[in-house]
Ligand binder design. Sequence first.
Ligand code: BLA
Length: 241
Amino acid sequence: MFDPLLQELHESIKLKGGKPITLPSYFREHSSVRLSACIRSWLWEVPGFRRWRVTRLDAGNNLQVLNSVAYPEYSNDHPLMGIDLLWFGVRSKLVAVLDFQPLIQDEAYFQRHFQGLKSLRNSFPELCNSEAMRSFDPHQYFSPWLFFCRGGLEEVNGPLPLAFKAFLQGYWDLHEIESQKPSKISFEEVRQLQTHYDIYSSERDPAHGLFTSYFGKRWSDRFLKEFLFPASSAEELPPNI
Ligand code: BLA
């Protein structure tokens, strides 16, 4: 379902000089034979970023997922890039979330980093249907201009591919401009805020239950703590694996 978007994401990472980092096989690809599901992940080394991860879950008609987070280097205080796209085929239900995830909720910070996302959002009103959040707090690590939509096939085949492309381009533009300016938040504070993002997300992410049902608790705990949100645990993977 999301493979053209996954391909577009990977192509754009490569264009910006991204190099794949080899992951241990149990994170690179893992299957549930019983439930016909396969989860694959990629980790990229990208100039200007300390970590860029991508995950695709293929559980056939039950569920398709594309998820990615980009963490800028600590010397740069601009937002993280977050993508969470889910397709529940049986119910023809889309959940799409795309955001430049702010480190802090501050007017001056928004002014500095969100002009691009603000204008993008006006171009794709169909993907912003003012859904309420159930697990997350919309005022922690989400921006007021996020794309958040619960929709159907109409959105998947209509605005989503265009919005995804524009969103990615908007984030690269932000990154290029912002990485040339001095950061207003100190290195140490950015480090703490990014660490807290992992801790907060690992506690709230509704994915854990889903992974457990497909791949069992042991694998899911490790995947969440060591791959999705490594700063949330002492077992962070060394950067060179
Ligand atoms: C919601 N994300 C969800 C849900 C699931 C996942 C199962 C609940 C669906 C629903 O509300 O109907 C799944 N999350 C995943 C998977 C991974 C994951 C499979 O991290 C990992 C591979 N989530 C993110 C990122 C963003 C994000 C980067 O991982 C930001 C762009 C947002 N996901 C997000 C939001 C919701 C969601 C805002 C709605 C949750 C809510 O209602 O509070």
